[in-house]
Design a protein around this ligand. Structure first.
Ligand SMILES: [Ca+2]
Ligand SMILES: [Ca+2]
Ligand SMILES: [Ca+2]
Length: 308
């Protein structure tokens, strides 16, 4: 009975805990991030809750050798990665996001999906970074904006060295679409990224065009793109708005961006049509943005696993 009460208490704590990881805790020792020992794909997703209920003793005895191989105890999105680890990786390996200094509608947030890389699940991570903005105020502007890049991470290397490949697609599926790739990936060989200092180290840069937020890893491809409507430049500092892990398609971590604390009046958002938005729902984001739930599963952003 005591065990049952303990399990129920643990479940209650999980249910009441904030589901979002806003501004993941800084990991100043990125070398401590390792995939080994952290990937334990859940063989039976239905048993996750039971595992979570039994999790507390594993935390308490984390140093004991017998617990070293224990399954993750905080994997609500059921991808085999501890969700706190996901937040640490996302924060540590986030590229330098260069939002144009004269951007007139820079208010936004970062939604991300991090999981084992589908082509190298034990050695690489893949992250989709969906940058949302309240509006696009460039040519043909609109309410709601979503701009996506994908990246391959080798977590055995500290950031930024572990960033092996980045692919940005601006104005996807339009005649203005531009795909740019960069990174130290060897197979295939990619162009070198532009770099700028973040956390005291040279990080690869993802440029967002002024007002339109078209994303490019190559500034020269951006400038003048789409009939001279896109212009990029390196910002003085990286843009790092609130970050939120959306989870996985089969196990979302969030269904309401306002309840999750992302799209709120407090954060400066004013467009009520975006409040309460479900990032895993079928609707478009605003009257001109894309369907976020499709962004998170779009294979066009699956960067190569980058064998070395
Ligand atoms: Ca997870
Ligand atoms: Ca995940
Ligand atoms: Ca846009």
């Amino acid at each position: 009975m005591r065990h049952l009460a303990s399990a129920l208490t643990s479940l209650l704590l999980f249910a009441c805990a904030p589901r979002a990881q806003h501004e993941a805790p800084r990991n100043d020792d990125a070398t401590s991030l390792r995939l080994d020992g952290l990937v334990h794909p859940t063989s039976d997703g239905d048993s996750l809750d039971a595992e979570a209920g039994d999790a507390e003793p594993l935390l308490a005895d984390a140093d004991s050798p017998s617990d070293a191989a224990a399954p993750p105890i905080h994997d609500l999105d059921r991808d085999g990665l501890d969700d706190d680890y996901e937040a640490s990786v996302a924060r540590a390996y986030l590229p330098y996001r260069s939002v144009h200094p004269q951007d007139g509608c820079a208010l936004g947030a970062i939604l991300y999906r991090l999981r084992p890389h589908p082509d190298a699940p034990t050695t690489r991570l893949h992250m989709i970074v969906d940058s949302i903005f309240q509006s696009d105020c460039g040519a043909g502007g609109h309410s709601g904006d979503d701009e996506v890049f994908g990246m391959t991470i080798d977590p055995s290397l500290p950031a930024p060295d572990g960033i092996l490949a980045i692919r940005a697609i601006s104005h996807q599926d339009t005649f203005c679409q531009a795909i740019t790739d960069c990174g130290p990936c060897n197979q295939p060989q990619l162009a070198a990224c532009a770099h700028a200092m973040r956390d005291g180290k040279p990080f690869p840069v993802v440029f967002y065009s002024k007002g339109k937020h078209g994303s490019y890893v190559d500034e020269s491809t951006c400038n003048g793109a789409c009939f001279f409507t896109n212009w990029c430049t390196l910002s003085d500092a990286p843009s790092e708005p609130p970050m939120l892990n959306v989870g996985e398609p089969d196990a979302p971590l969030v269904r309401d961006l306002t309840a999750a604390g992302i799209i709120t009046s407090t954060a400066g958002w004013t467009d009520q049509s975006l409040f309460g938005f479900d990032p895993w729902g079928p609707s478009k984001f605003g009257n001109g943005g894309g369907v976020l739930s499709l962004d998170f599963v779009d294979d066009a952003f699956t960067t190569p696993a980058c064998a070395r």
